[in-house]
Design a protein. Sequence first.
Lengths: 76, 669
Amino acid sequence: MAVPDVGTGLALVGAGIAIGVAGLGAGIAQGQIGAAAVGATAEDPKMFVRSMIFTVLPETIVILGFVVAFFLYGLA
Amino acid sequence: MLKPEEMTRAVVVGSMDSLDATIECLYEQGILHLIDFTTPDVDFKIGQPLSKASADSQKLLKLRSMMRVLGIEEHKPKEKMTVSAIDKRLEQALVTLDLNTTTKNEAKQKIQSLIREKEAEIRALYPFASFGIAIEDYDSYDNVTCLTGICRRDPSDALTSKIREIEIFTEVRKSDVSVAVFVKNELKPEALKILSDREFQEVKLPKLTGDPKKIISANQEQISDLKMDLRRIETDLEKVRKQFADFIISSEEHLSIEVMKEETPLRIAATENTFVMDGWVPRSRFHEIQKTLNQRCGVHVFVEAIATEKDDEPPTRLMNSKLIRPFELFINMGSTPKYKEIDPTVMLFITFPLFFGLMIGDLGFGMALFLAGLAVRLKMKGSQVMKNFGTIVMAGGLMASIFGLFVFAEAFGVPFHPPPLSADEYSWESVAYIPIHPMIEKMENVNELLAISMLAGWAHLTVGLVFGFFNTIHHSLKHAIGKFGWLLMLLGLFEETMVIAGNATITSEFINSTLFFAFPTDFAMDFAGIELSIPALVFIIVGVVVLLATEGGFALTELTGIFTNLISYARLAAIAVGKGGMALAFNTMLFPMMFNGWDTAGEIVISILGAVLLVVAQLFFVFFLGALSAGIQAIRLNYVEFFLKFFEGGGTEFSPLTYERKYSVITTE
């Protein structure tokens, strides 16, 4: 396997940071919303869908992280 | 299919004399969704329950309390009992049951509380039994206090060294020491301090007299006598249970239905001599209600269809073919669609198994899921929800098998043939040569899977926006046109992703040469290292203009929304690859362990261990977690990305006056 140059390596590390940190952020946000959502659903099962929608809101962050990572991966 | 059943507003008017017959008739037909009358005025009052209601609900209360006493709430009679038999026996049976269960139950409770009392005494006296001190001798002094309790460690030495005038009784037990300390009143605080250093817990002695040992043995005798009585009562109750369980359950059901019918007038408007019921009837069956009421009640009851007003909200009854109906479960989990809304069940029927199948994409796991779904369907006959759930799992499993067989060519995480880039990977070739080659190498052709995900996302969201157009066109043409803005933007974004993918994937190549054939991919400019398609940009800009004109500037904050919605479908590829990777990892780790040889005892043990570990890992991590995450993601793409494009919900479910008899039956004599 050919040793990639430093620039490529940095781009790949950047891609990793982009998706990794975005995932971490979304996870922290989703954890709190998820806890509340489970509580709401336990009280009224009809809240399931609405809870789910609220719970997945922070996923936008990961998706944007993924896009950035994808482009960085393309650059590398 | 896409629309709920059409409803007609029906008003039933009649004379009070025929109210009984009308209610009976309506319940039998089960097609009138009653609108509760809640605004009494000078002319119309809320109706009064039928004459038998109060007596019947009292009987019902009695039956339910007996069900609790006998513990037969969950009992399911094997045979249905006729209503006439129930009516004939009920009065007498209630008296017999009252005598046999209520009094016996009271006795049972008394005995149980007595036993508890005696046992508590034994527990309190037991630690001090060996001291040989009568209970009354512990606290009949003016100047001396007695401390009784349990210590963690023996306090005798500490006590005797610190306090001279003291008498201590101790008994070392398994994990603690029981203590009785007699000390002068003024020395009590000091003694308590020493004791509490040894985690002293005071035990109050019961107010009894005599030798604890004797009291304990007397109590024990009494308890065994009481328990014998209890057993006798239990046997009697068991007899009653055997004799009456079926009858109680059947008549409870029958009486519940009767009371429900008799209390229906509370939901309708009434004057002294007439009643008015207002409700909704499926349009196709309106004449049925007219005909039957005419036959049964003649001229005294009159039914009329009245014109619906603009802000009427008819109840929603979803109408789907038998094949699609189980998927209504997903709709019922959330909110019922409004009457005028599109019923998206058919889209769930198409997309859920497709998404699920793409994510699982494995012949072995797919078949296993199919069988699991079948088992749920067959086992859970009683619950419609579970039956529907089973059908949905079956559909998902079937689709996963098809994807696994034809697209990914793998079973249980093992490919039919080793992938081209890693020829030494374990494959089914070592068992049998299967003449099917994968269309997509799951682990090597991630880009292809991503492109397919984008295509699926674009198609799904487009349908959602089209649904949204038809849902909003009823109340606002402007907002409906706004959906076109979104559609154009979505198309632009999709084209952009396809242009970026270019010829790297078969999907994008195909889409570029068909859907976007008019816009050559090289008609693009370079923007910060990204190939930006000019037609795509035009689509997006036109979309934004349409949005500005229809929904206003605020809608622009949602611009990233539609983009993330589209990219969100990348999870289809991500889970497919993630699941495949997990299966591959376990196989690579554990196959060598399994096939290390079968010669020595040690090798055999390791091989068996490897096989067990492999089965457990595949079952829990790949099969259960995989199915769970694929199921959640497949439904989430529908609830979040798809539904939010058009679904409002908040409709009323069609719930007609009706009843279901499981354990009782009406016979015409």
